[in-house]
Design a protein around this ligand. Structure first.
Ligand SMILES: *Cc1c(COP(=O)(O)O)cnc(C)c1O
Length: 729
């Protein structure tokens, strides 16, 4: 190997007692690890059931490898890593939707901002699920088989005493006759390396599906949100919550503050309280504890917990039958739950959201409107719940083509480090070159998306003759080799989980009306949809199947002007292609059930206007219409508005409102006399929404809750991001 090549690769390898990691230098590794293991505990452990951060969408280490000196042979050791980064599996399917991707985006910004943070989550060898879509059968779910060993950025830790063996931690899990039974987990680490490769946030991923695990453990550990039975669900939550302390301690991590990204990991609080009680009992030489002692212990633990609540929707809040739960926890924990997890409406259940609400020093919602909803839902905690509006990681979601444009305008210098500079678009909006380059980039990204769609339709047509699967798109069946979907047609995108409150089928509610409007405008329109329903969500799967059933009707009734396409297998890569390629991003949940929503922010980052119900973040991002359009009911928040039943989902009212709006949107897009209006809307998104809805600003707002001590210069940098916006107005 030539010297320059060897210096280059050596600077990307680090090792410590648990093995080697590739992607950062030894110096950077030691620096970060020293912070995470410092005696003062001046760091945060971020706990999330899911983390979405696929390497095919964002991987700064791979980008750096592309710049490697070409000369000379590469040693065996580095060939192994190169092979993994370039030919390995490029996805980590441990997420189901917005919650997980938010976690990933957050950790990436923490790495960019050099915050001392470690994340803890689970590794699911069966992922979430892989979606196959058949026009007759609807969504079919298949197990994902993915090889963590062959995935870049992911490393299995080894036992320091036997380096050829994996590190195994023991976790006290079941209690039988008041004796604890242990289960074991292997430990993986994923490095969220920042874009300058000089800092990282480690994700500790616990893998409980070890070779000798009991079947009940294995099935709960293999698939994210496996809801086969309540006990499987309870066990899965417990794995996360109860694995945190043993894992961090095994690695010498001392974080004093814990951030619960949703209540899934709240068993951690129970464990911390049990530890406090144990200490008290030793100090006071007693063998039992009373309510006062539990409350004192809980108050002490609360001092170290930050909690983010993510949804007003019932399915997002875990409740477990008391009798069933007692099977798996100790008497001490039962006492703690009896006091802290009661649920007035369901006295026979433990409510884990209530417990998270009770045991924290700071609780927050994920948008302003969601804060108001949360205050209604939890009046007893209203005083302590404030808003920190979500964001997205701008470096992940801005398309390469748009990024190249931003790179070439000095007014946007430094946009990668500071998303606040997009405020300079106030000037650039009048710059002819900027406008033209942006327009070109958009066209390019639309071309990429439409090529993908046409290629997909073509492939599905072939599969139709080779397999039993009926292609999900009507167009595959009538496709004759010519290009069906055109890129110069106004294209609306919609992609997210198919939960019923998100109403994926809303705009097709009155198909005759929709087609009449399109015929009157006489302009073509594409609708491109994607998304997965949870495998056990039958109503969600019905929405998906019915959507497929509308394709032919839409096409025929609109005289071929309108096409509805469904892309199966929604994931981050498809999301990135969609949010950059479409002309408007549709979001049509029932207000106020979408606590924040983040896919619309990804569109905004690319200058794609939103077409949305006034819900979640859009209330803050709408800017009187300068960034997009609103439609639908906007009434006050009351009990009826929180109902998730089909009759109260306001299909008629909100779809009618959409039909009223559509002609205006089409006119603006196709208006050749005033072709500036559409692009102005786009640039307003860059100007007004990138500086606000990014995870750097969000990181600064969370930092204020973390009580971390940071060097002065870093505090000043974070204060700069904090100044971009105040969520809790
Ligand atoms: C951003 C994203 C989501 C979240 O979308 P919402 O509109 O906020 O529900 C879900 N899935 C994927 C793959 C995403 O990239």
């Amino acid at each position: 190997m030539t010297t320059s090549a060897s210096i280059f690769y050596d600077s990307l390898l680090a090792s410590w007692e648990f093995g080697d990691v590739f992607g950062i230098s030894q110096e950077v590794f030691d620096h970060v690890w020293a912070k995470l293991s410092a005696k003062d505990g001046n760091s945060v452990a971020y706990i999330s059931m899911e983390i979405g951060a696929d390497p095919d969408v964002y991987n700064p280490v791979k980008d750096r490898l592309l710049l490697a000196p070409q000369a000379g042979l590469v040693s065996e050791k580095y060939r192994y890593y190169l092979n993994k980064y370039f030919n390995g599996y490029q996805k980590i399917p441990n997420y189901s939707g917005g919650l997980g991707i938010l976690a990933g985006d957050t950790l990436k910004s923490y790495a960019d901002c050099r915050l001392p943070v470690v994340a803890v989550s689970l590794l699911y060898r069966g992922g979430y699920f892989s979606q196959v879509v058949d026009s007759q059968l609807g969504q079919l779910s298949q197990k994902v088989v993915w090889p963590p060993e062959k995935t870049p950025c992911l490393f299995k830790l080894c036992d320091p005493n036997q380096p050829d063996q994996p590190l195994v931690i023991e976790v006290p899990f079941f209690t039988r006759n008041n004796t604890e039974l242990y289960i074991t987990a292997q430990v993986w680490i994923k490095l969220e390396v920042n874009h300058t490769l000089d800092y990282f946030v480690p994700e500790i991923l616990l893998d409980f599906a070890v070779p000798d695990a009991p079947e009940i453990i294995r099935s709960a550990a293999t698939q994210l949100y496996n809801s086969e039975s309540s006990i499987t669900k309870a066990i899965q939550r417990r794995m996360l919550g109860i694995g945190i302390l043993p894992a961090l301690r095994a690695l010498g991590i001392t974080s004093r503050t814990f951030h619960l990204n949703e209540q899934h990991g709240v068993v951690l609080a129970m464990q911390l309280i049990a530890e406090e009680l144990h200490t008290t009992m030793i100090e006071e030489r007693t063998t039992s504890h009373n309510i006062d002692q539990i409350m004192t212990a809980a108050a002490r633990v609360a001092d170290n917990l930050v909690y983010t609540i993510h949804t007003p929707v019932k399915a997002g809040h875990d409740r477990f039958n008391k009798i069933l739960y007692r099977e798996i926890c100790s008497t001490t924990c039962q006492h703690v739950l009896d006091i802290l997890a009661q649920d007035e409406e369901h006295p026979d259940e433990y409510n884990f959201t209530n417990m998270a609400m009770r045991v924290n020093r700071s609780a927050n919602s994920v948008s302003r409107l969601h804060r108001d909803v949360t205050h209604k839902q939890f009046p007893q905690f209203a005083e302590k719940i404030s808003a920190i509006t979500n964001g997205v990681h701008h470096l992940t979601w801005i398309s390469d083509e748009r990024a190249a444009v931003f790179d070439s305008f000095p007014l946007l210098d430094n946009w990668r480090s500071n998303p606040g500079v997009f405020a300079n678009c106030t000037t650039l909006i009048n710059d002819y070159d900027f406008r033209a380059s942006l327009q070109n980039a958009w066209q390019h990204d639309t071309g990429t998306l439409i090529d993908y769609v046409n290629e997909m339709l073509h492939q599905h047509r072939q599969q139709m003759t080779e397999t039993w699967i009926n292609p999900p798109n009507y167009f595959s069946t009538i496709f004759d080799g010519s290009t069906i979907i055109r890129p110069d047609v106004f294209t609306i995108g919609f992609a997210r989980r198919f939960s019923t409150y998100k109403r994926a089928d809303l705009i097709f509610y009155d198909m005759d009306m929709l087609c009449r409007i399109i015929l009157e405008c006489g302009k073509p329109i594409n609708f491109i949809f994607a998304g997965k329903a949870h495998p056990a969500d039958e109503p969600g799967k019905i929405v998906l199947k019915e959507l497929l059933g509308r394709q032919e009707e839409l096409y025929k009734k609109s005289n071929g002007l309108a096409s509805l396409i469904f892309i199966p297998g929604y994931d981050m890569a498809i999301a990135k292609m969609l949010v950059a390629g479409v002309h408007a991003w549709l979001n049509c949940p029932k207000r106020p059930l979408e606590a924040s929503g983040t896919s619309g922010m990804k569109a905004a980052m690319n200058g794609v206007p939103n077409l949305s119900i006034m819900d979640g973040w859009w209330v803050e991002g709408y800017h009187d219409g300068s960034t997009g359009w609103k439609f639908g009911h906007e009434g006050p928040i009351d009990t009826a508005s929180l109902s998730e039943s089909r009759e109260e989902l306001l299909y008629f009212e909100d779809s009618s409102s959409f039909y009223m709006l559509l002609p205006k949107v089409l006119d603006e897009f196709y208006n050749t006399e005033n072709s500036d209006a559409f692009l102005n809307r786009s640039i307003n998104n860059l100007r007004l929404n990138i500086p606000v809805f990014n995870t750097h600003r969000m990181a600064a707002e969370y930092l204020a809750r973390y009580q971390l001590e940071l060097p002065e210069a870093q505090m000043a940098e974070m204060a700069g991001y904090a100044k971009l916006y105040s969520s809790d107005k």
